[in-house]
Structure formats: C-alpha cells, structure tokens
Design a protein around this ligand. Sequence first.
Ligand code: URA
Length: 194
Amino acid sequence: MDFRWGFMDKWERLRQSCEGCQRCALGQGRRNLVFGDGNPNAGLMLVGEGPGEQEDRMGVPFVGPAGKLLDQMLEIIDLDRSRCYIANIVKCRPPGNRDPREEEQEACMDYLRAQVRLARPRVIVCLGRIAAQRLIRRDYRITREHGQWVKNGPFWMTAIYHPSALLRDVSKRPETFDDLMGIQARLRELNLQP
Ligand code: URA
C-alpha cells in the first residue's frame, strides 16, 4: 500500500491530462485512451507498444488475444494484474495495428515518464522491440538480447518477446519461458515476490 499523500489523486490527474490529448495524429482516431492497468504499487511495470483494436474499444491494455497470452505468461510466474502495472509506449491505437511512428512515440513519452515517476517500479519489462528500443537502447536487438538485464539508474530493465510475436511464432516460447524465470528470480532477489 502506498501512503504517499494524494497518490491516487496524482494518478487521476495524470490520466485526465492524457484524456483529451491531441499531441499527435493518433488522438483523432481513438475510441478510448488506453492509459494503463494493474497495481502501480507493485514494483514491476510492463510496457507494451500500443493499443490494438480491442484495447481501443475497452480502454484497457492487453485485453485482446495478445493480452490473453500475456495473462497466461504472468500466471507462469505467479503474477497477475494486481501484482504489476501495465502501460504502453503510445496510449492511442495506431490504425491497422501498424507500429507507432517515431513522432507518435515521442509525443506520448512524457505520459509514460510521468507514470514511471509515480509508480517508481524497481523492475521494468519491455514487451517487444518497440518498447525495448525506446526504453533500453535505440539499437536494441530483441532476437539477440531478450532476457538480458541492464541496470538503468534505479531500474532493473529487461525485454521479452511481445506476446503477439509469440502468437505468430510458437518456436519463440521456450526462450520466453526462460526469460520469465529470469524475471521471477529478479523479483525474488528484490523481495518483490515470495
Ligand atoms: N499490444 C500492445 O503492445 N499493447 C496493448 O495494449 C495491446 C497489444
């Protein structure tokens, strides 16, 4: 539990500041803002790339097929959405599920930075290449570097394959299982999991 004064007010204010955002063209096409989901006090933050169709309909990240797989992946390491916070690099749906463009990512980063400042996670897991290249290193190679850890200031950071990639290519799943074990070990080391 976080007893910082006004913690939930700050989250609510941040969400509201995001609601009407027109900083990039994605704002014109959104049905719903997809701000974030889960427990901001959990110490663990997962960051995807951007909402798909179902997320845009519901206003919640990772509720479509990739989200169902993500929930199963979390379950493997005894997690659920009450034990992590989930956000995206961009908070409005890119049309046709294309990758968010550089300028769209840039326009949205202040919101993610504010989320990270409020949540103060110990561990940040990038879901897929787009998040890893934005948050870890511009030339991050997901196929070569997934599962590796970097310490960036107060954060332990890693990246795993995006659940959509695991839906398309099941041969990547065993490696992802190992990466999940690595995440669990890190959470235990940091006393974030029994
Ligand atoms: N893919 C993402 O990267 N984020 C979502 O919220 C849904 C699918």
